[in-house]
Design a protein around this ligand. Structure first.
Ligand code: CAA
Length: 255
């Protein structure tokens, strides 16, 4: 059985982690299949947004502990264990994590690698690696801190406790909370809204927001201004503004 499933509906792609018995623990196969599938979808201009989800009980309960347990320092160092996940930070297509149940360790980190995090009212987040004698390894100490600030990031990384969805929303980790039975539909609806926008413009908006994590305010604003100017080189800027003036819906050509 494949570790993931990929479905398409119009310009939206849905990737479902598919190891429900292991609470979608992220083993080597899941990592390789997920990264390969997402890179392929990212290269396809007929895909305008990607939703990543798990099961109702678990988005993903972390890296696969049974697979990691026997490894030595030399194993993980020489294999650069987890480095492949970094490729998800390079995706240009907007991504949405639809999180129900546990998003722990690598599961929380995978959700944070997405652009928008929509969670069900059952979602639980945490970086419990410390309880296993390790620390986060797919960016959790960095992305969680940027998302929720030092106070909560330290609390979660040092105690290993789980954070429920209300706390996660208050802390700014989650952009929307929805009832669990509506999670998939809401995430797909948000993805469709984004996928109906101009793909190059959506990519530029994503790149500009992400730049804020990498640079100073004045350099970030300068980058934004240059990209804003370049949107006027697209057909979709002409179409978007003409549609507003003509009081109709825009039909973007993604050019
Ligand atoms: N790796 C491997 N298997 C896992 C797993 C994981 N991260 N999480 C759950 N499973 C497996 C369990 O071993 C169990 O398998 P068996 O039926 O074969 O025993 C099955 O999934 C169901 O799990 P539980 O019986 O434990 O389910 P529960 O409802 O009692 O508890 C849970 C749920 C609280 C999420 C608990 O499973 C748990 O604490 N999981 C581990 C969470 C964790 O520590 N994650 C961090 C991993 S390290 C990491 O991710 C490093 C990094 O930064 C990348």
């Amino acid at each position: 059985m494949a570790s993931i499933m990929v479905e398409r509906s119009g310009r939206v792609a849905l990737l479902t982690l598919n190891r429900p018995k292991a609470l979608n623990a992220l083993n080597l196969a899941v990592m390789q299949e997920t990264v390969a599938a997402l890179r392929e979808l990212d290269r396809d201009p007929s895909v305008g947004a990607i939703v990543i989800t798990g099961s109702e009980k678990a988005f993903a309960a972390g890296a696969d502990i049974k697979e990691m347990a026997p490894k030595t320092f030399a194993d993980v160092f020489l294999e650069d264990w987890f480095a492949a996940w970094d490729q998800l930070a390079q995706l240009r297509t907007p991504t949405i994590a639809a999180v129900s149940g546990y998003a722990l360790g690598g599961g929380c980190e995978l959700a944070m690698l997405c652009d928008i995090l929509i969670a069900s009212d059952t979602a639980k987040f945490g970086q419990p690696e410390i309880k296993l004698g390790v620390i986060p390894g797919i960016g959790g100490s960095q992305r969680l801190t940027r998302a929720v600030g030092k106070a909560k990031a330290m609390d979660l990384c040092l105690t290993g406790r789980f954070m429920d969805v209300d706390e996660a929303e208050r802390a700014g980790l989650v952009s929307r909370v929805v009832p669990v039975d509506q999670l998939r539909d809401v995430a797909l609806e948000v993805a469709k809204t984004i996928a109906d926008m101009s793909l190059p413009i959506a990519m530029m908006a994503k790149e500009a927001v992400n730049r804020s994590f990498e640079t100073t305010l004045s350099e970030g604003v300068r980058f934004e201004r240059r990209v804003f100017h370049s949107t006027f080189a697209t057909d979709d800027q002409k179409e978007g503004m003409a549609a507003f003036i003509e009081k109709r819906k825009p039909l973007f050509s993604h050019r």
